[in-house]
Every structure is written in C-alpha cells, then in structure tokens.
Design a protein around this ligand. Structure first.
Ligand SMILES: [Ca+2]
Length: 401
C-alpha cells in the first residue's frame, strides 16, 4: 500500500513496511484512504539501588557471562553530587553492546536482532538519567512554559505532500486500534489507524483527554518534540549506547534489564502485551495498554520501564549496520554518538532515529523488541500512542543535541 511519510520532501508514496523491523512499532501510519502518511511504528535513594536485587556489579566478575559478551566494567567514581529531581546516576563504563542470534528464537518474526550485531565493546561516561519515562504532567509543564506545539498538533505542509488536497492535510497521529478478531499479522494496518486530532493532549483523538493520566508517559511525540522538551529541561536525549548501558543495569549479556527470565517467579517485570496479539489483551501483567510510569520493578540502576510500556527516542540516527561500523573501527568505541546519517535498507530515503525498549504492544507472538539488546527505529516526524522518551543529563554544563 503506497503511503507517504509526514515530512517527506519527495512526491510519491512509500510502501508500508512489512519487515519485522517495523512490524510492532508503527511508522507514521497511513492516512487511511488518503495514502498520505507512512506509519513508522517501530515494531517498551542511591544506596538502595546500588545494592538492589538486580544491582550493578553483580556480574562484573562473573564467569558465566555468555560469550561473545564480556562483563560490564562500571566506572568506580561516585556520583558527582546529589541527583537532579527524578534522575538517577548511571556510572558509565565499558560494556558489550548488542544482541546475539540466540535471542531471535524468542520472536515469531526472525530477524529481530540482526541489526544489533555484531556485539561490540563500548565505553560511555557517567551521566544522570530520568528514572522514568517523561510523563504527561512533565510535558504539560513544558508546554505551559513555552507554548510549544507538537508535530502531531500541526497541519502537514502542502509542499511536503504534493498532490494531496489541502482539506486532507489535517493534524493527527497514529493510534493502536485492536481489531475485533484475529487478523493477518503481515499487515500492521490491521491494528493501526491514522486518527485526525490525536495528539499528546487527546491520545485517542477528539473526546479523549489526560484526566487521570498525569503520571502516564507522554505519547504522540515526534523526535523534534522530544528534543524540544529535553532542551527546555536542560537535558538531552540519550545516545543509543548510553541507553543500553543504562538499561542493562550492570548486568552483561542478559536478555532483559533484570536477567534472562521474562517473569522470574511468575512476577511481571514490564508492561508488555498479553493474550492474543493484536486483538485480545488479557492484561496478565496488570495493564492493557499503556501504564503509569514506574509500575514495575526498577533495574539495577534504579530505572523503571526500560522494557515495555512505550518506546523511547534516542538521539542517534538509525542505521541497520551501525554496529558493524563500530566493529570495523576496532577497539573500544568511546561515547559513540551514532552514525552520521540514517539508512534503513527497508526504507531507503526515510530519515529514522533509534527507538529503544519496546512498548505495551510487544509480544513473542509478534515482535520481541523489549529484549534489552534489540533495536527499534522510527521516522522522525512520526508519532504514535506507544512512543515516548526519557532524558539524560551529562556531567558538566547541559548540552543539547
Ligand atoms: Ca500489558
């Protein structure tokens, strides 16, 4: 189905991706019937956390780190001061970035981790990181202070969509809409729709609002929206390497931020999709759809929801071969900022940023990008109701991207 992506300069449509990469996270979905927009839904106290059950350092000298992973070597320096509100200290250090092929067997769609290979050795400096995803209340404070208007609240420009009648260029965003019965999992339009009027203030479109959702992660934010918030908050988006170092919580080579068992002792550790995707969410983890931030146990660094709930924008351009480029450079990559340009072979010409962590729609029936080493991606201007973000603050003067 030909669709165009919001922000695309060129005339002509794109083909709705059917590859595993884009399966569970919608790229900006099509403006149904208009063939207008592309969906890029990608495919989820210091002392206390330092000594927590999933605490950092637990595996630092362990001999059972699965090869080719090597132990995480966290920097020993203490935090440079008290944590900024809502943030935790990520010590940084050297770790193994990526995912091995064994993880592919956990997904109904093979290829989930092929862009997260080879496993490469990376060093990141220490930094502060938001303990949770940015909430609606936090984003509302930003909008009140600045008058900022998000991409989803702005009408697409006619020059970006030549040939589309002006009356059809209406603001909106992508909303997950479960079908009434099982559908073909090869066509994500079976559960995604473009909803005029959907944006962060009204996540399901006109008539919906944020009452009672103040502590839910803000959604329907495009990459530029996340950057604008981060800059206002004197923070920035994490690099992909920072994000993964933080998500691993001091562990090495594990499948999830907490270990290798999805539900240790039967305990849900993340807001994922239970039941029969995409039409029946049983909410066995306690939440059908998005959950308030911080409902599930923190990882070894005190971070919540590093798997599931909503995807999180990272600052890096997405390239499928990004890790190969790092490996080719040799040695330990220090604070890699990501590739200089975006390139996704599945959609050449579409500018994408990295997204990480998976969402409440992730399931082993379809796409397992809640795996801590797996990667997601999203077209820059595409928002949806399962993509949000969190920020980091480097040590020293605030730095925007
Ligand atoms: Ca759930």
């Amino acid at each position: 189905m030909p669709v165009a992506t919001r922000g695309a300069k060129a005339a002509g449509g794109r083909t709705m991706p059917r590859s595993p990469e884009s399966a569970d996270s919608p790229r900006r979905p099509s403006w149904k019937g208009l063939a207008l927009l592309g969906v890029a839904l990608a495919a989820t106290g210091l002392g206390l956390w330092w000594g927590g059950a999933f605490g950092p350092g637990a595996e630092a000298t362990s001999a059972d780190v699965p090869p080719p992973f090597r132990p995480t070597l966290a920097n020993a320096a203490p935090p440079p001061g008290p944590p900024p509100p809502g943030m935790v200290w990520i010590p940084g250090g050297e770790f193994s970035l990526g995912s091995d092929l064994a993880s592919d067997s956990l997904c109904a769609l093979p290829g989930t981790v092929r862009d997260a290979q080879p496993i490469v050795r990376v060093h990141v400096d220490g930094f502060w990181m938001d303990r949770t995803e940015v909430t609606n209340a936090q984003f509302a404070a930003f909008v009140r202070a600045t008058g900022y208007r998000t991409v989803a609240e702005t009408a697409p420009r006619p020059e970006d969509f030549p040939g589309v009648p002006p009356a059809d260029l209406v603001p909106g965003s992508t909303v997950f809409t479960p079908p009434a019965a099982p559908v073909d999992l090869g066509d994500c339009l079976g559960w995604w729709r473009y909803q005029p009027g959907a944006n962060w203030r009204q996540p399901e479109g006109p008539g919906s609002d944020l009452r009672g959702r103040e502590q839910y992660p803000v959604v329907h934010v495009a990459y530029a929206d996340a950057v604008a918030y981060a800059t206002w908050a004197e923070k920035r988006l994490p690099t992909e390497a920072e994000w993964e170092f933080a998500a691993r919580g001091g562990l090495a080579g594990r499948l999830y931020p907490w270990g290798d068992e999805l539900r240790p002792g039967g305990r849900p550790m993340a807001n994922l999709y239970d039941g029969a995707f995409p039409w029946r969410d049983d909410a066995a983890d306690g939440h059908a759809g998005v959950a308030p931030v911080g409902c599930f146990p923190a990882n070894g660094y005190g971070l919540h929801d590093m798997a599931g709930n909503v995807w999180e924008w990272c600052g890096d351009w997405y390239r499928a071969d990004a890790y190969s480029l790092l490996a080719r450079a040799g040695g330990v990559a220090r604070n890699p900022p990501g590739p200089a340009v975006s390139f996704d072979p599945a959609e050449p010409g579409t500018k994408k940023r990295v997204q990480r962590g998976g969402s409440f729609l992730c399931t082993d029936q379809y796409c397992t990008r809640y795996l801590v080493g797996s990667r997601g991606k999203g077209e820059e201007s595409t928002a949806s109701n399962h993509v949000g973000f969190r920020c980091v603050r480097p040590v020293g003067p605030p730095a925007g991207r």
